[in-house]
Write a protein that binds this ligand. Structure first.
Ligand code: NAP
Length: 280
């Protein structure tokens, strides 16, 4: 009998994850089903318990549930613990074990697919939610220089910075003070601002000679930030589709013990076939 997987989040109807995991399963020859389950912060615990009762073997967690998932796990990996956020759930006896593959997925996409050398890059991270928490430790491990975290809710930026435990290297700053921060070599939009409103205003002074701009989202939601990046002279403008495929491959490897090949799936979903790419 096949195994059962699901991605939880809200909104989730347009998630590409079921399709990505179906493609990986076909490639490797694993019998599984992978569905999308709509769950808000209020009903996530109940939805996850119901999934476990139906025999669920594993899951992914997306916006806005990654920090809630961390709390619901009996055990977590070291990288999930560092992030305080979980995007991958593994059934372990009667409990959930939590891991976080977002950071590894982002680094793989930026370095292997896009050929970016992240070392010594002065980095601005916009956002301090579950995704920002997942990628911050991996960016530090990848050798970036100073990391500045800017978030609408200052307390969340402070908490992320405290969790990194490197006060000389990781700093929280007010969104309103962003114009005073100087140039960055890497600017990452890890906010969901475009979904519910609009991107915070970003000055051109943030952009230097080799600045790479990365939006963790993709499809229509990524357009405003990437348009800003191109209009303001960023050297690279990368959306989150590659990260999505790479973090999925890392989750797949945790569940099934084999890391699938990702380029074919990325190419199928990428802009060369734009009609397939919808907001996740
Ligand atoms: P989340 O936990 O809900 O956090 C949302 C973040 O966006 C918070 O920092 C929040 O600030 C900020 N924000 C929301 N509305 C805003 C507004 N109007 N103005 C300014 N800031 C605003 O969500 P998440 O899980 O971190 O996801 C964030 C984004 O990353 C989403 O677009 C998601 O699709 C994307 N993502 C992509 C991948 C991938 O594999 N490509 C993986 C993970 C996430 P406050 O703290 O002030 O509320």
């Amino acid at each position: 009998m096949g195994k059962h997987y699901a991605v939880f989040g809200s909104p989730i109807a347009h998630s590409l994850s079921p399709r990505i995991h179906a493609a990986f399963a076909k490639q490797i020859g694993v019998d599984l089903d992978y569905v999308a389950i709509e769950a808000s912060l209020d009903d996530f615990a109940a939805a996850l318990a119901a999934f476990a009762a139906r025999g669920g073997n594993g899951g992914n967690v997306t916006l806005p549930l990654k920090e809630a998932a961390f709390v619901l796990c009996a055990t977590t990996s070291e990288r999930a613990h560092r992030a305080g956020a979980v995007n991958t759930l593994i059934r372990d006896g009667g409990n959930w074990h939590g891991d976080n593959t977002d950071g590894t997925g982002l680094i793989r996409d930026l370095t292997d697919r896009h050929g970016l050398d992240l070392r010594a890059r002065r980095t601005l991270l916009l956002g301090a939610g579950g995704a920002a928490r997942g990628v911050a430790p991996a960016l530090l491990d990848a050798g970036i220089d100073q990391l500045f975290v800017v978030n609408r809710t200052t307390e969340r930026a402070d908490a992320l910075v405290d969790a990194m435990g490197e006060p000389g290297r990781v700093h929280a700053r007010y969104l309103g003070d962003v114009a005073a921060l100087g140039e960055f070599d890497l600017i990452i939009n890890a906010t969901s601002a475009v979904r519910g409103g609009e991107l915070p205003a970003l000055p051109r002074s943030l952009v230097g000679r080799r600045t790479a701009a990365v939006d963790l989202s993709y499809g229509e939601v990524a357009i405003p930030f990437l348009a800003w990046a191109r209009a303001n002279g960023c050297h690279n403008a990368v959306d989150g589709l590659g990260m999505l495929v790479e973090q999925a491959a890392e989750s797949f490897a945790l569940w099934h013990g084999v890391r699938p090949e990702t380029d074919a799936v990325f190419n199928e979903l990428s802009g060369r076939n734009a009609s397939l790419v919808t907001a996740d």
